[in-house]
Design a protein around this ligand. Structure first.
Ligand SMILES: C[S@@+](CC[C@H](N)C(=O)[O-])C[C@H]1O[C@@H](n2cnc3c(N)ncnc32)[C@H](O)[C@@H]1O
Length: 219
């Protein structure tokens, strides 16, 4: 599915979120606490087209490297040229080809929801982080405030799939998006899964009226 939608992926991300996804990525990078080790090595898990990796890599004071890991090479290929310090690596998040404690921080934007085994993926993220390093996760969720929820659910379940289908020409990818979000653990439940994978100091904040959750935990 991600191979098929790769050519229109970035365009649709920015269109369907009215560009708000850029501010979510900036918030994730701020949460990472990379300033403590500005020349370190960081992991962008399920990196797709490297937008999140590039957001960190383009920080003026950043002097390290960002490894963008994804198992769909056509998605990674779309990230080419976005930032010199961001390097793509074809890898499965469930069996990462990296040594224990290799990274000074890790982040994952809209990726964990797609993992075939969520807990295995979280344990892998934990394994490759050095003790004290932070893991930051962006994931969609749905607003709790009832009036906003009603409007958003109409957009999310009806308009978004129609626009996504028309632009990407893919029959199911943008139906899969709301369906997978609605099936995914809510922010409290996901925070418990982070703890279960071994992370400490787990917490989250809701962004943009509660349509996106920014999670964090520390190895
Ligand atoms: C919705 S995209 C998110 C891409 C990017 N992080 C972003 O914010 O735009 C989800 C990505 O997760 C990747 N993915 C899903 N399961 C994976 C796995 N087991 N290992 C590596 N990548 C995976 C897909 O290939 C896809 O590129």
């Amino acid at each position: 599915m991600f191979t098929a939608i790769a050519p229109r992926y970035d365009f649709l991300n920015h269109l369907l979120s009215l560009n708000v996804d850029r501010s979510w990525r900036r918030a994730a990078v701020r949460r990472l606490a990379w300033e403590r080790t500005p020349d370190g090595t960081y992991l962008d898990l399920c990196a797709g087209t490297l937008d999140l990796a590039a957001t960190l890599a383009r920080e003026p004071a950043f002097g390290g490297r960002v490894v963008g890991a994804d198992f769909v090479v056509p998605m990674l290929a779309r990230g080419k040229g976005k930032a010199a310090r961001a390097r793509p690596v074809a890898a499965d998040a469930l069996t990462l080809p990296f040594a224990d404690s290799r990274f000074d921080g890790a982040m994952c934007a809209f990726g964990v929801r797609n993992l075939a085994d969520l807990d295995a993926g979280l344990r892998e993220a934990h394994r490759v982080l050095r003790p004290g390093a932070r893991f930051v996760v962006l994931e969609f969720t749905t607003p709790r405030f009832a009036p906003l929820r009603a409007v958003y659910m109409f957009y999310f379940r009806r308009l978004l799939p129609a626009i996504g289908r028309a632009v990407s020409k893919h029959r199911d990818a943008y139906t899969y998006l709301p369906e997978s979000v609605l099936e995914f653990p809510d922010p409290d439940a996901f925070a418990r899964r982070l703890s279960g994978a071994g992370f400490g100091a787990v917490g989250y904040e809701l962004l943009t009226g509660g349509i996106c959750a920014l999670h964090h935990g520390t190895r």
